[in-house]
Ligand binder design. Sequence first.
Ligand SMILES: [Zn+2]
Length: 286
Amino acid sequence: MKVLMIGAHQDDNEFRCGGTAYKLVQKGHEVRFLSMCNGCGGHHVLTPAETTATRAKESAAVAKLLGVSYDVWDDQQDCALVADLETRRRLIRYIRRFSPDVIIAHRTNDYHADHRASGQLVMDASYMLIVPHECPDVPAMKKTPVIMYNEDNFTDPEFHGDLVVDIDSAIKTKLEMAHLNVSQVYEWLPYTSGQLDEIPEDEEGRFKWLCGIELDKWYSDEEIMSKPMPISRGVRFARPAARFRDKLIEEYGEEKGSKIRFAEAYQVCEYGSAMSEEIRKEFLSL
Ligand SMILES: [Zn+2]
């Protein structure tokens, strides 16, 4: 399969579907990340130009670790993504050139204006992908890809976990990947949540802080879900398995599904092609 993961920013794909991306690549599938914005807005000390350059280096390290290809629209400023016709056409051409079987994108109910615009642009592009007279300079696709939304925690309307993927074997890589995003996880995000003074100086201490939980210890679903929506990535990455435990048991059986600790959840978008059994099985056999 060719899978295109489209986030507004450099960390959206990483944190929401990075484990799935890694496992897909390990099984020989082709995965590409697109960040529609250039990261310029995500820092409190660095200038926008410095932030863009820093984020580009961090994303290159992520691409190498996961084995994905990684594009950033480096002329698109953060906090300024708009679902206009020009950007829609840019996205139509971009998707057609890669011609993915599956696209993973933001829901349009997400909190950040760039996330909503990004999700809207994917929705707006979806049908046009097969329309030959729209953007005729790049050949139209024959079939619309399957489109899925990555998970968020917004409730109006609530996200459905239609496909929940076990990433236990990828969690160490996913946390290492988060650790590579230094300017985000140890600088910008703690700044936004008022936790900058908590960050340990040394690398080992930082990584432990980032994990927030013991990776080899079992925590009950209630315990994971009762922790406040955290900055700690370990807790954050443990929440989908606790949140969609019933779905994991339905997909993987009682024996395995009840023991999965880390997962990533997706909702099937009605504007893409119908989810085939073949594609569902590929994701569940990772
Ligand atoms: Zn984002």
